[in-house]
Design a binder for this molecule. Structure first.
Ligand SMILES: [Zn+2]
Length: 425
């Protein structure tokens, strides 16, 4: 059997201690030199007219990268704008009979997940969850027989499980009606999420088994409870689902083997435990939640000024981007405590490097820390402390000496817009 194209394993765990690793972005070694240099997966439509100015900032996806930060996202993933229909199936096993009712498991995630996508997308993604079967769908084999472990590949365990789910649900469910599937597993199957996060997504997987004529190619599996014991579970435990669905829409993992030290709490693809957080502006552009006209592309040499409004509010210019090469660049945006961003303790200008040739989980995004070694401005559980105060304030400048880039925060007006001055060769 052919291996599925996209297998996303989740190895994230709650943070025990803040990482002491200080990120030195200018000296950062990316994984690009170790990856095969591929041809472009897709350069997207040819830019014309007004959109032509944005073309250098649209760093494309790279072949040989499982999940890339490139824009546009390659075909095969679920649509990320408009009305998205999500099928939810609650499953249990003979050795792990469902805890509580199946609909109480469903209620851990909805309506919060729908609201999270509505807020983050400025109303562009209407997430419509459906649970056509109101009781637990019993699998024929004990949980252990499927061989599901952290990082399990699609073959053979998940393929077998999906076959059994289709056999049990197909008589009553029209799989062709949905854009994505969530398998909400009874929380007593498998280990506690405190020990091992099993939750996983197989996305863009055309080799998935078919039902009602469609492959189950974008499917998230949610296990256990992401409950750190801090008392916030009822408010924040659903956040594993928007993270997993982020993969269904083509977003890579931003945490690495070292945890959240690359991006901290600035994106749900980096940290999905603890207080609510949003997505990076780059991800919002990639998902179609920001228009091209909301991106200020700093591709020309010299100095240019860019006025950016808070990312959490609707409309206006949100993201400045400085392309460095055909597969990397710096993104600049304004983050405040608003919308989905509830842990921001130092509002200001966030600067990060995006590399479309660095794979999921390898650090495709790295946030520049304006206050290295500060130990951060929050002690909220599961919020990466060191990067919590990474933002740049008026009067501060980020410098990349290697690439001769300077990004200065000039001032902030009374509406909360920041003026950023970019100098590049
Ligand atoms: Zn993930």
């Amino acid at each position: 059997m052919q291996k599925p194209r996209h297998r996303i394993r989740d190895q994230r765990r709650p943070i025990a201690l803040a990482s002491a690793t200080a990120l030195v972005i200018a000296a950062m070694a990316t994984a690009s030199s170790t990856l095969p240099i591929g041809s472009r997966a897709s350069a997207g439509p040819v830019a014309t007219g007004r959109a032509a100015g944005i073309a250098p900032c649209r760093i494309p996806a790279t072949m040989g990268v499982q999940m890339s930060e490139g824009v546009p996202t390659p075909a095969g993933y679920a649509r990320s704008t408009g009305r998205i229909r999500a099928l939810n199936l609650m499953i249990d096993f003979p050795d792990a009979p469902g805890v509580g009712s199946a609909m109480s498991r469903y209620a851990e995630f909805f309506p919060q997940t729908t609201a999270w996508f509505r807020t983050g997308s400025y109303g562009r993604l209407t997430y419509v969850p459906d649970a056509p079967l109101k009781s637990w769908l019993r699998m024929p084999l004990p949980f252990a027989k499927y061989g599901i472990q952290r990082g399990s590949p699609y073959e053979p365990g998940y393929h077998h499980l999906v076959d059994d789910i289709i056999a049990a649900a197909d008589p009553k469910v029209d799989f062709a009606k949905y854009d994505l599937i969530n398998i909400l597993v009874t929380p007593n199957a498998g280990p506690s999420a405190l020990d091992t996060v099993l939750s996983v997504t197989f996305s863009g997987n055309d080799d998935a088994p078919r039902a009602d004529g469609v492959p189950l190619s974008n499917t998230s599996f949610i296990y256990s409870h992401q409950d750190d014991g801090s008392g916030s579970f009822k408010k924040t435990g659903y956040r594993v689902l928007p993270h997993e669905n982020g993969h269904v829409f083509g977003l890579p993992d931003l945490y690495t083997m070292e945890g959240g030290g690359s991006v901290g709490h600035w994106d749900i693809m980096s940290e999905d435990w603890g207080a609510n957080n949003d997505l990076l502006g780059w991800h919002k552009w990639k998902l179609g939640w920001l228009d091209n006209k909301q991106i200020s592309c700093a591709a020309r040499s010299g100095t240019s000024d860019h006025v950016l409004g808070p990312l959490a509010t609707r409309g206006g210019t949100k993201l400045a981007f400085i392309p460095l090469s055909s597969d990397s660049g710096y993104a600049v945006e304004v983050r405040t405590r608003a919308g989905n961003d509830q842990a921001v303790c130092r509002p200001g200008v966030l600067i990060y490097k995006v590399s479309s040739d660095v794979d999921t989980g390898q650090g495709p995004v790295s946030v520049a820390d304006s206050t290295k070694g500060s130990a951060g401005c929050t002690r909220l559980p599961n919020v990466h402390t060191e990067l919590s105060d990474a933002t740049f304030q008026p009067g501060q400048t980020f410098t990349d000496r290697t690439n001769k880039i300077q990004i200065s925060v000039v001032d902030k007006d009374d509406k909360g817009n920041y003026r950023v001055r970019i100098t590049r060769p």
